[in-house]
Design a protein around this ligand. Sequence first.
Ligand SMILES: *[C@@H]1O[C@H](CO)[C@@H](O)[C@H](O)[C@H]1NC(C)=O
Ligand SMILES: *[C@@H]1O[C@H](CO)[C@@H](O)[C@H](O)[C@H]1NC(C)=O
Length: 567
Amino acid sequence: MVTIQRLITAALVACRTATGIPTIEIKGSKFFTSEGNQFYVKGITYEFASSLSSSYLTNGQQCKIDAKLIGATGANVVRVYSIDPTLNLDECMQAFADEGIYVICDMSTPTFFINREKPIWTLNLRNQFAKVLDGLHKYDNLLALFAGNEVINDVNTTIAAPAIKAVIADMKGYRDLMQYRKIPIGYSSTDETTTNLLQNYLDCGNEDIAADFFALDNYGWCGESSMAKSGYDALYARANGYDIPIFLSETGCNHVKNRSFNDQVALLGRDMNDRYSGSIIYEWTMGVNKYGLVEYSNDQATGTPKLLADYTALQSRWSTLNPVGVKATAYDPTLTKRDCPQSTSGVWLVEAKAGTEIPTLGLSGFTAPTGRQASATGRIPTSSIIVGSGSSSDSNKLESGRSGGSTKLGGGAIAGIVMGAIFLFLVMCGILLFLWRKNRPKKEVTVNPGDDAPLKGELDATSRDMTHQPIYQELSGAKYTQELGPSHAQYELRTDERPGELPDQRDEHQHLDDTGHYAPEFTDQEPAAEPSPHVQAQRRREMEWLEMEEMRMRQRREQLMKQGGAG
Ligand SMILES: *[C@@H]1O[C@H](CO)[C@@H](O)[C@H](O)[C@H]1NC(C)=O
Ligand SMILES: *[C@@H]1O[C@H](CO)[C@@H](O)[C@H](O)[C@H]1NC(C)=O
C-alpha cells in the first residue's frame, strides 16, 4: 500500500510538472525550456538593499506586487542571494511563476558558506546546502542554484577552488540521489585575472564533479561603451567552445548616470548571443549604492515602489531584444571539456592533481526516497570521484531499512501495482490536463513587427550559429498547481544540525576584505578594481550593524557605570 501511495505521489508530481511553467534544462552550452526552446536569461537581482532581514521570498503579498512590475520590464529571471529553506516560499515562487519568471538562488546563506580564508567543505555545510535543494526542488520555476558567490577574488584565494568544486560535486550527487530533476548547479564568480582559470577548473574533468554552468559578475560596460572598450570582447573570446552555459550573474554599471543598458544589445544580440545565455541586472531596489530600478517609500521595501528612469530604460531596451536561438532538437553540439589548469606560483595555487582531487564528502547519511533505491544506487556518482578524505565509500551505504514493505511483495503483485499506478497516473494526468486547459488564460504572444534591434557593429551573421530575431519567448500565462505537490517528507536527512538560521546579514558571504576584483583587462578606460556593488552593500550593512552594536555597548557601559556610581 505504501508503494502505491508513493507511485501515485510520483505520478502527481509528474502531472504538475507537465501542466506548469516549463522547467529549464541544459544541453551543451545552452539553456532550454522543457518545451525545447532556447532560454536566454533576462534577469534582475531581487534583494532589499536597505534591509537587515534575509527572509527573502517569504512575503507573498509583496512578491505579487514585485513580480508584476519585474515581469513588465521583460525580465524572465530574478536572482535571490539567499533563502531560508525552513520558511514557506510557496506564495512567492508562485507569484513569480505566474509572471513567467524563474528564480536563481545561492545555496550559501549569511551563516553557511565556503570561507575563502579557510575553505573547508564540512558535513555541516553539506547538510545545510542539501536543505536548500530540498526546499526549492519542487518549484518548476527554480532555474538553477549557485554553489558559491564570489568566493575566489584574487590569486591567494584560488586555494578555495577545490572546495567549491566539491560543493558542486556533492550537491549534484545529492540531487540525483534524491531523484530531483536535473536542477543546474553552478557558480557565480568575480571577474578578475584568475577567472578564466576558474572557468576552466570548474568545467574540467568528469561530468559528475564538473559545474553544470558558469556565471560571472562583470560591470565593465558603462554607458555608450563598445565590445572592445568594455572588455566584453575578451569575455566573448573566453567562452569560445565552452561546453556549458555561461552568463553574467551581475551586470549594470552605473558610473554613467541614467543607464542605457547598452550591454544588453551586445549580450542578447548577435555580438554575443551564440556563446552567452544572457545576464542579470543589478539590482531591483534602490539603496545607497544607487543601482536600484525602483524605490520603495520604506526600508522594509513593501508596497508599490516608484519606478525610476532606469526601470523604464531597461524595459525599453529589453523590449527590442528577444533572441530565439536554436531549438533543442536542432542543436547537436560537439564540445569538449576544458583542461584543468596547472598549479602555477603567483597565478593559480591549486596543488591537487589535474583538478580532479577534490574534497568531496560523498552522500553518507542521506537516505534516498524509499522504494526507489535500486535506481538511486546506480546513480550515485561519488564512486568515480577521487576523494581526499577517503570517505566516499560510505556514500554507497544507503539506508534500506524502510523499504521492507515493498520487498516482501512478490514480483506479480508488484507488476500489478505498477500497472495500476500507471493507469491511475494516466487518468489523473488526463483530468489535470483537461482542467488546466479549461482554466488556462489566453496566452499573449508578443511578436514585434520585424524591427531588428539596434545591433552594434556589422558582424557577419553567418559566422555565428544563430541570428537575432525579435520574437518574444512565450513565458506568460503558465499556471502550475502548487497544491498538488506532496510534502517532501519521503526521505530523511540524517543530520543533527538545526535548520539553517538566518539571523541577519552581518556576516554575509565573507565579503569583508578590501580586495578589488575587476580585471586589469578592463582598466584602460572603464572603472575597475572595486568590489561588486552587492559586496559593497554587504559591507555597508556590516558597518551599520557594527555601529549599532557599538552604540548599544556604549549605552550599556554608561548604564553600568551609573549603577556602579549609585551603588
Ligand atoms: C598572498 O599570499 C602571500 C603569501 O602568503 C602574501 O605575501 C601576500 O601578501 C598575499 N596577497 C594578498 C593580496 O593577500
Ligand atoms: C535621468 O534620471 C533622472 C533621475 O531619475 C531624471 O530626473 C532625468 O529626467 C533623467 N534624464 C534623462 C535624459 O532621461
